[in-house]
Design a protein around this ligand. Structure first.
Ligand SMILES: Cc1cn([C@H]2C[C@H](O)[C@@H](COP(=O)(O)OP(=O)(O)OP(=O)(O)O)O2)c(=O)[nH]c1=O
Length: 196
């Protein structure tokens, strides 16, 4: 069965590749608007489901079958959901809110088999702590452009690593894909064994 990653994220492509799987990539055109007041874990699971379903309909309309993987990552700071910054000012405001505190990074994942309509959604939470940051440090980081396509306005895999002094959970979950949990779900529910 063909495996399709329903994501335009280069990080997710790299991580799924590192799991040893052969797959293709199709970008979803799902509407990622977040309804107010929903619990963050529900939001990420729903968005991952939307992304996977959107690609599943295209695959089905082409008369093909596949196992589709969709994912979504958000940052939660003091109960507020932070997605990608809308502009540089927003990125600065987000980073100021994260500085000197703990926040959570949640990635929701949906795996869907179009052949039998089996679908599994789950999420993984990683807690991340930032050191205190000065306005100058935040401005300099935003100038690099790194924050603009990332939830929470930082990339732990890049210069954003300089802000992180503590982490509790799966590092890869922060980068966009909880590879260990995903491998377990693929094996248990979809008979796809990454370790074979
Ligand atoms: C916190 C953090 C997020 N991110 C990224 C992971 C995700 O790509 C992105 C969150 O946006 P998403 O909407 O989850 O994903 P995306 O728009 O990049 O890709 P697609 O919807 O097509 O799957 O933030 C990092 O790369 N490093 C980090 O440290």
């Amino acid at each position: 069965m063909e495996i399709i990653l329903a994501s335009g994220s280069p990080r997710r492509k790299e991580l799924l590749g590192a799991m040893g799987l052969t797959f293709s990539v199709r970008t979803s055109c799902a509407d990622e608007t977040i309804e107010e007041g929903l619990p963050p874990f529900f939001v990420v699971e729903q968005l991952s489901l939307l992304k996977a379903s959107s690609v599943a309909s295209i695959v089905k309309s082409e008369g093909k079958e596949a196992v589709i993987i969709g994912a979504d990552t958000i940052v939660v700071s003091e109960g507020t959901i932070l997605t990608k910054p809308s502009d540089e000012e927003d990125a600065k405001a987000i980073l100021s809110a994260l500085a000197g505190k703990w926040h959570s990074v949640l990635t929701g994942v949906t795996v869907m088999n179009t052949k039998n309509a089996k679908s599994e959604s789950f999420y993984v939470e990683t807690k991340v702590h930032f050191i205190a940051l000065t306005k100058e440090q935040i401005d300099a980081y935003v100038k690099t452009g790194e924050p603009m396509d990332k939830a929470g306005a930082y990339g732990i895999q890049g210069r954003g690593a300089l802000f992180v002094d503590k982490l509790d959970g799966d590092y890869f979950n922060v980068v966009g894909l909880p590879v260990c949990k995903l491998a377990q779900v693929l094996k248990a529910e979809f008979d796809i064994d990454c370790m074979a």
